[in-house]
Design a protein around this ligand. Structure first.
Ligand code: BES
Ligand code: MN
Ligand code: MN
Length: 460
């Protein structure tokens, strides 16, 4: 087998070509949340499958009820090495608001900054650029010799919509997809020069509520007073979801939440996370979560209830004296270890129903639910990965939590009985899901080098 040094040198040599390949991928606007981009999602899947095929993977686009999966398999030269399943997603978030992009979202470019070069475009960090770090590492192994591990790559096109087709796909392809462990590259570094292994993810519950009142929109002068207004009802319910100390007031909401073990709390404390700077970067100054908790706790180990959108009545230009027939809002709960998504949804619905006045009723729509993830803090694979990252970055990686959710990691555990190792190279200021998303060139380049080292370490 080729030496790790020659693989790393190959990654360095390939960097410009790798960026060009990533840009081809970014140019396909594979927005999964909007049916208008359905065809582009299929094109992105086909592009990725062709890419894997060109690397000697036995790869194909696999249809599902929703958007297709891409699956590729490749074997190492030696039979007695681990088999890893790498997961990434080729779908991206919508690019709007378009007018806030300095250049078009699907026309990627390299921007030179004082702090280094950046790749700018929708999907550079979430998740096309990240997943390509792994693919480029595979390419370098191929071009210098053989793969160090048996590798299966699974790319999904519905991550940003909550992975609706994934559980059935995993169930139907268990034997094909089961491996010794899963690898995911869809998370953050600690900071630009410090790598991280993510061991906790928050779960989530997505709920939509429509409050119905009168049987049609009414004149607010003719009916205002005696007629109940659904916006008023909804606003009151929303206002009651949190108390003045930032706690969520839904009964039983915190029953299954466990306090962070002291040793982990101490580790996080040691990280000296700058909560003031974190908030300052987005124009804020006072943490709005539970009083008495650090900003890092609020993000990594405490649950939340957010109102994502609220609609009702007349919202166009000018005024209209209307008393609307209905009002609706969308909610997302972030859950932490042990909280049960179904219980949270059930208790939330009961909370709403209990507060409905006479003549109003509520309609509930679920948009998905997944539990939180807590992985073991020690394992042979984790230790090897720590050392590999340490060598590449010259710094001990942080064992991090994560405020976001990656629903598939739970399915890997439940359905395929596999633990997942989450290593990502995105930064907090990469503006994922926002205008002008970027990925640092150093993340892209050293990310690929990191995977080369990790795969080598896992194979020994
Ligand atoms: N890559 C993110 C998850 C993430 C967010 C990792 C922040 C690290 C930091 C993922 O693509 C994502 O956006 N997940 C959604 C899941 C949802 C749409 C089901 C999320 O967390 O909102
Ligand atoms: Mn992602
Ligand atoms: Mn995302």
């Amino acid at each position: 087998m080729a030496s790790l040094d020659s693989v790393l040198a190959k990654i360095d040599q390939n960097l410009d070509a790798a960026v060009a390949r990533l840009f081809e991928f970014i140019k396909i606007p594979s927005v999964s949340t909007d049916p208008a981009f359905n065809n582009d999602c299929h094109r992105a899947a086909a592009w990725a499958a062709a890419e894997l095929t060109s690397l000697g993977f036995e790869a194909s686009v696999r249809e599902t009820e929703g958007l297709p999966m891409v699956v590729g398999h490749a074997k190492a030269a030696r039979p007695d090495v681990p088999h890893v399943l790498f997961y990434g997603h080729y779908d991206v978030q919508p690019a709007d608001p378009l007018e806030l992009w300095t250049t078009p979202p699907f026309e990627p470019r390299i921007v030179e900054t004082l702090a280094g070069r950046q790749l700018v475009g929708r999907g550079t960090a979430d998740d096309k650029g990240q997943l390509m770090t792994f693919v480029e590492a595979c390419r370098a192994f191929r071009e210098t010799g053989e793969l160090p591990c048996h590798i299966t790559i699974l790319l999904e096109g519905e991550e940003e919509t909550g992975s609706p087709s994934l559980p059935a796909f995993l169930a139907a392809n268990k034997t094909e997809l089961r491996a010794d462990m899963a690898l995911v590259c869809d998370t953050l570094m600690w900071d630009k020069s410090t790598p991280a292994i993510t061991t906790m993810l928050r779960g989530m519950v997505l709920e939509e509520v429509v409050i119905h009142g009168p049987n049609r929109d009414l004149h607010s002068g003719m009916f205002g007073g005696p007629a109940i207004n659904p916006i008023r009802v909804l606003a009151k319910i929303i206002a009651e979801l949190h108390d003045d100390t930032g706690r969520i007031t839904i009964p039983e909401f915190y029953d299954d939440v466990i306090e962070l073990p002291n040793e982990i709390a101490d580790q996080w404390h040691e990280l000296r996370f700058d909560g003031a700077k974190f908030l300052g970067d987005v124009g804020l100054s006072v943490p709005a979560g539970e009083h008495g908790r650090s900003v890092l706790e609020m993000l990594w180990s405490r649950p939340t209830c957010e109102i994502n959108g609220i609609v009702g009545g007349y919202t166009a230009k000018g005024s209209k004296t209307v008393l609307p027939a209905q009002a609706s809002a969308k909610f997302s709960f972030r859950l932490v270890a042990n909280q049960k998504p179904d219980e949270v949804a059930k208790n939330f619905r009961a909370f709403v129903i209990e507060r409905l006045p006479a003549d109003c009723h509520a309609e509930f729509i679920s948009h998905g639910a997944s539990g939180a993830i807590a992985l073991p803090f020690t394992s042979e694979a984790l230790n090897r990965t720590r050392r590999a990252l340490q060598v590449e970055w010259g710094k001990e990686p942080v064992l991090a939590g994560c405020g976001g959710s990656i629903p598939i990691v739970g399915s890997f555990k439940k359905d395929l009985k596999m633990d997942t190792l989450m290593v990502g190279f995105s930064l907090e200021d990469d503006r994922i899901h926002s205008p002008n998303e970027k990925y640092e060139m150093s993340s892209f380049h050293k990310g690929a080098r990191s995977w080369a080292r990790i795969l080598t370490a896992l194979s020994q």
